[in-house]
Ligand binder design. Sequence first.
Ligand code: 0X9
Ligand code: ZN
Length: 311
Amino acid sequence: ATDAAATGYHTVASLEEDVRRLAEEHPEIAELHEIGRSVEGRPLWALRIGERRGSTRKVAVLGCHHAREWLAVEVPHLLAEHLLENSSSDPVQRWLQQGEVWVAPMVNPDGHEYTRTDHRLWRKNRRPNRDGSVGVDPNRNYGYMWGSLDVSTSSHVPSDATYVGPRAFSEPEVRAVRDLVARERFSGVLSYHSYSQLILYPWGYTAERIADQSDFAEHRDLAQEMEQLIRKVHGRTYVAQQSSELYPTAGDTTDWTYGEYDAVSFTIELRPASAEEGGFILPSSEIRPCWEENRPAAFEFIERVLERPEH
Ligand code: 0X9
Ligand code: ZN
């Protein structure tokens, strides 16, 4: 069994400690919210970061829909920590005066816990399915065009790694994100995954472009800008492309946040670029450089979204 506590990555327990501590140390700008509970009853945490509630400019940063993607917990967590520790200097100060950033670093804690104890490459949540198999893919369970594809990357077979679930929003982890987004009405959503070094924008369910030309241009231009910003830090290439170019899936997070709420929405696939470079299993020495290269891109995203005219 892998001892994640000794690996330099968060566990469910150590993440809970850290988000509690962050909220306690920054009471005037941070609030810890339990946005729901997982299938196995674990709390799902989100940090609200901002000077006041109820601003109209809000960004959501989500991590770890997929259990084995440990780096996708760390980057959102480090972003939250960075915002809180730099809240009295610009640009962070300005953002927290005019808007809010919500960070939910671990959407799938049951799966994450399972990957620590023998099943390092588990992907889904830990839902018991009717056929005796376990797990729904949380990144196939959102309600925009849910279930409209029947392919290996978006499967209706419960034992498959990409099982879409019995119906849209059947999973409590996904309902928690749904309810948060429905309540807070984010203008932008970043969902972190690993790996492949990609910046993906809607649609995922179809090869067609976003119909609205200015929304399409906004996503493509911002993705390309983030690609440049990331490359400048450590020379890594994160390719900007439409999600469906990677492979088609229906019911992913960002199709829903864009399709239902018009939020500027990206899936970021973190390090590494390939399986040969480690795939899902990266030494913790990569956490820091991965965060460093993603920080300016996340900053650009926040900056643009908070300044986006309402529509
Ligand atoms: O398959 C996924 O959910 C994401 N990749 S991962 O390797 N982290 O599992 C990508 C989702 C992006 N959306 C589409 N390709 N449609
Ligand atoms: Zn993933």
